[in-house]
Design a protein around this ligand. Structure first.
Ligand SMILES: *Cc1c(COP(=O)(O)O)cnc(C)c1O
Length: 394
């Protein structure tokens, strides 16, 4: 068998044995091409149109937010417009989970606001509610003003301790902008992630649970705010016969061609979530006999992660760092990745205040590893990965 495969070939021939095992590849369902062709046949090769409307309708139905989902060019754009809608501007502070991808925090800087980072609890690995409460109290004491928004993140698909976070948010009357970019399909107490905060951001990047090749969506509190998000996303053109602008606009709408991919992906989304959960269950079973390795689990029945990525913690007493394991697997053409390096440890955010909950996320970064988890993976590939981990730790 050929060693080098093209990217497309590795995606399309998913059932074939492959040499290379990747972290999270796109996985087409079959009807995406039909909807792309529809865009071409009808001439809607523009950033609006019937595919965009239908994709939004399907998402709204799935999330439980009918008529309140706006399809955008990226998850980052969704987070940015969420902040715009919440009135975040120059001089404001926005609280963000430290343990996340930089795209959760960058839009705070786009608005000229300042991020304040909060540490994680070890139960879900997400924002610690007590640390959030202490952080807000301290910011109010120091600055005389409340932070303008809170960004909790359902990392790797695991729901945030949502009740506790929303309780703190309500106590201080600060809106939450939920980063559900990795959590499409995840549920907390039977309710879909992305539908808890005032706003919720989704991502359809190529590595996410479903893809539009690149794209995102914002879940809004009502139809009026959804209409306003569409207005901002299409250059904030006022309703006049000439171009007239009262506020700053953005070019953030989703292409009707990309939305065609999204419609096809929505048909298979439940299967994709099921497959990621099955891969997680298989890792759990295969790695149960490897001492010092723990696969991250739903902490209780209230949490139902989509397991976008399966993750493990490696006991430091084994004498192998996650990076050594990563390199050993890379030598066998198996891609793994270290957990997110917390934002308060990133040079770009060096000046931002940080409220620790005991340094949980720093230890997770030191001891954790993300495993190949794409729904394209075969059981054999998961078994090969688990075997390689076992050997790397011997
Ligand atoms: C992917 C991701 C984003 C950004 O989404 P894009 O569609 O890539 O812009 C934001 N937050 C988190 C946690 C993500 O994983």
């Amino acid at each position: 068998m050929q060693k080098k495969r093209t990217f497309a070939a590795s995606i399309l021939h998913t059932t074939e044995m492959t040499d290379s095992i990747k972290l999270s590849l796109p996985h087409m369902g079959g009807s995406e091409q039909h909807w792309i062709n529809e865009a071409f046949r009808t001439g809607w090769v523009v950033p609006l149109g019937p595919n965009v409307d239908e994709f939004e309708r399907l998402l709204g139905e799935y999330i439980g937010a009918p008529g309140r989902v706006v399809a955008l060019s990226a998850g980052t754009a969704a987070l940015h417009l969420g902040l715009v809608m919440l009135g975040v501007g120059k001089g404001d502070e926005v609280i963000c989970q430290s343990f996340t991808f930089s795209a959760s925090a960058n839009p705070i800087l786009y608005q000229g606001a300042s991020p304040v980072f909060v540490g994680s609890e070890s139960y879900t690995w997400n924002m610690d509610p007590a640390a959030l409460d202490a952080c807000i109290a301290d910011r109010v004491r120091l600055t005389g003003r409340k932070p303008k928004a809170i960004i909790p993140v359902h990392l790797y698909g695991m729901p945030v301790k949502m009740d506790e976070i929303m309780e703190v948010a309500q106590k201080w009357d600060i809106p939450a902008l939920e980063d559900a970019a990795e959590a499409l399909g995840s549920e907390y107490k039977g309710k879909k992630c992305g539908s808890f905060g005032r706003y919720g951001a989704l991502s359809f990047n190529g590595n996410k649970i479903i893809t539009t090749s690149g794209g995102g969506a914002l879940v809004c509190p009502d139809e009026q705010s959804a209409a306003r998000v569409k207005f901002y996303a299409t250059q904030a053109r006022e309703n006049r016969p000439y171009y007239y602008h009262e506020v700053v606009g953005y070019n953030y709408r989703m292409s009707n061609v990309c939305a065609g991919i999204g419609i096809g992906q929505m048909e298979v989304l439940p299967e994709r979530v099921e497959r990621r959960r099955a891969i997680h269950a298989l890792y759990t079973e295969l790695l149960a006999s490897v001492p010092g390795v723990k696969v991250m689990q739903n902490p209780s029945a209230a949490y139902d992660s989509n397991f976008w990525l399966s993750t493990i913690l490696i006991d430091p007493t084994l004498g192998r760092t996650p990076d050594e394991v990563r390199l050993a697997l890379a030598a066998e053409d198996i891609e793994t990745r270290l957990l997110w390096r917390p934002m308060h440890m990133q040079p770009v955010f060096a000046d931002a205040p940080y409220y620790s909950a005991g340094g949980v996320e720093e230890r997770l970064f030191d001891h954790g590893l993300c495993l190949p988890s794409g729904s394209v993976l075969t059981d054999q590939q998961v078994e090969r990965t688990a075997d390689a981990i076992r050997r790397a730790l011997q």
